[in-house]
Design a protein around this ligand. Structure first.
Ligand SMILES: [Zn+2]
Length: 269
C-alpha cells in the first residue's frame, strides 16, 4: 500500500447527497492525522475499520460545527472504550482550546469533570504560524470565511509523502496562491457548481476554481465539501479539469486515494 489520503467525509455542512461532513485522514507512514473532524468523522473511521485512537493529531481549519463536531465523540471513545493513554494534539485557530473544552463539557459533563488519562495538547495557530506536530510541519494561512474578526485557516502539511495543502472553507482570496505554492496536492472545498451571490466570498464554486486552479500551479486536486449540484456534475467537472491538464477527483465518502505512486508502503491505521 502506498501513502494515502482517506476521505472521511466529502459533503458540505448539510451532509448533501447523504454524505458525511468533509474531513481528511492522512496515512503517510508516520502517526496518522486528520484535517478537520466533523460530526460524522468517527462513524467514517469505524466503517473503514480504522482505530480512531491511533490518530495522533487533528488539524482544525476553523470552528464551525461541521468541522469540529466529532471531537467530543472521539474523546468519549478515548475515555470509555479505548482507555487512551497516547497524547492527542489538536491545532486550530484562536479560540480552539476554549471551544474544545466547552464541547467536551456540554456533551459529557461527568467525564469532563475528571482529568483525562492522556495529554490533550491544543495549539492555536494564526495565519503565518508554523508548528511541528506529530512529525509534520503545519503552516497556517488566512482563509476568507468568517464575518468579523474570527479567524479561519487554510493549512499546509509537510508530510513524508509531499506537501499537502487544504483550503478548509474559504472564498477566493490571494492567500490561496501562498497556500498552493510548492504543494504536491491540493484538497479544495467546492461547495457550489456555479458561484451564487450568497456563498461567494465565503466558499468556492467550480465556476471559480475552473479559472483559478491553472493559476495555482498544483496539478493534483481533490475536491470536497461538496454541495448537491457539484456532486451531480462530477463527471463534467472531472472532464473539464482533464482539459486543463489537472489530475482532479471529485471525492466520495470513504475513498482511499494513493498519494504518490512509488512512495514506501504504509501500514493501515
Ligand atoms: Zn465553515
Amino acid at each position: 500500500m502506498t501513502a494515502r489520503i482517506v476521505v472521511l467525509g466529502s459533503a458540505d455542512a448539510f451532509s448533501s447527497g447523504g454524505r458525511g461532513n468533509t474531513a481528511w485522514l492522512l496515512e503517510d507512514g508516520i502517526a496518522p492525522c486528520t484535517v478537520d473532524f466533523g460530526p460524522t468523522a468517527l462513524v467514517a473511521l469505524k466503517r473503514l475499520g480504522r482505530d480512531p485512537q491511533r490518530i495522533a493529531a487533528i488539524h482544525l481549519t476553523h470552528l464551525h460545527g461541521d468541522h469540529i463536531g466529532g471531537i467530543p465523540m472521539l474523546l468519549v471513545d478515548a475515555v470509555y472504550r479505548a482507555h487512551r493513554t497516547a497524547p492527542l494534539d489538536i491545532t486550530g485557530p484562536p479560540g480552539t482550546a476554549e471551544r474544545v473544552q466547552a464541547l467536551w463539557r456540554d456533551f459529557y459533563a461527568d467525564a469532563a469533570a475528571s482529568e483525562l488519562e492522556f495529554e490533550l495538547r491544543i495549539h492555536e495557530l494564526r495565519p503565518g504560524d508554523t508548528a511541528r506536530i506529530a512529525g509534520r510541519e503545519a503552516a497556517a494561512f488566512a482563509a476568507q470565511h468568517h464575518r468579523g474578526d474570527r479567524i479561519a485557516l487554510m493549512l499546509s502539511l509537510s508530510s513524508p509523502a509531499g506537501r499537502l495543502a487544504f483550503t478548509g472553507d474559504t472564498g477566493q482570496c490571494d492567500a490561496l496562491h501562498d497556500l498552493a505554492r510548492g504543494a504536491d496536492l491540493l484538497c479544495a472545498e467546492c461547495t457550489e457548481f456555479e458561484a451564487s451571490k450568497a456563498a461567494r466570498r465565503r466558499h468556492l464554486a467550480w465556476s471559480e476554481l475552473r479559472s483559478l486552479l491553472p493559476a495555482l500551479g498544483v496539478r493534483r486536486v481533490l475536491l470536497g465539501h461538496l454541495g448537491e449540484e457539484v456532486r451531480a456534475n462530477a463527471p463534467t467537472i472531472e472532464a473539464e479539469a482533464r482539459g486543463l491538464g489537472l489530475d482532479l477527483r471529485v471525492c466520495d465518502d470513504l475513498a482511499e486515494i494513493a498519494l504518490f505512486p512509488g512512495h514506501p508502503p504504509t501500514p493501515p491505521l
